[in-house]
Design a protein around this ligand. Sequence first.
Ligand code: DC
Length: 225
Amino acid sequence: MPNNVTVIAIDGPAAAGKTVVGRQLAHRLGFKYLDTGLMYRALGWLAKQRNISADDQSALATLAQNAQIRLEGQDGDQVLIGEQRLGSELSDPEVSHWASVVATIPAVRRAMVMLQQSIAADGSIVMVGRDIGTVVVPCADLKIFMTASVEERARRRWRDLSEQGREVAYDQVLQDTRERDHRDSTRTDSPLVPAEDAIMIGTDDLSIDQAVDAILQHLKLKAEK
Ligand code: DC
C-alpha cells in the first residue's frame, strides 16, 4: 500500500456494489469509510417526516443547512440527525426516492459536500457516492467508477429488501432503480458521470472479494509507477 495514497473515491449508480466493496476495502487498508449516500438518505427521511413538498427548494435547502447530520461508528454507518438515531428506515424505498429528489438541489449538495470534505480532510479514507471523484475530492488518489447492468442492480436491491422483510415486487424495484438512475445522471448539479481519470469496474460477474481485489491491484500498480 503506497503511503501517499490517502483518499479512494468510489462512484457509481445505485446498487452497483459500492457500499459493500468500499467498506471491505477500507477494512483491508485500515482506512476510514464514508458512505455519502447515507447523508442524502437522512435528509430525504427528514424531508418526508416534515411533509416538505419536493418542489419547495428553499425549504429543502434550509433543512440541509440546519440538519446537523453526523455519521458515527467505525464504518460511519450510524446516522444521527440532531439527536435522532436512524437505522433501517434509511433503506425504505420511499426514503430512497426522497434522497434522490433532495440530491438534485444545488444548495442541498453544497451543504453535504462541505460536510463530506471536512470528513475527508484527515485522509486515509474510502469515500463512496456519485460525485466523489468529480466534485467532493477531485484530487483523490484513486478513482473507481463501479457499474453493473440495471437488471442486476435491481435484483441485488430486491434481495436486500426481501432479506429485511420488505415485500416489494422485482418489477417495481427495477422501475425505481431506472428512475433513480435517470434522476441521478440528468440533474444539472453534479450529475452522476465517471471522472475522466476514473477506472471502470463492472461488477455483474464479480464477487465482492474479486471487486475488492481488483481495486487493491490498481492501488499496487499505482504504487509501482
Ligand atoms: O448510494 P445511495 O443509493 O444510498 O444514495 C442515495 C441517493 O443520494 C441517490 O439517489 C443519489 C444521491 N447521492 C448523491 O447524489 N451524491 C452522493 N455523493 C451520494 C448519493
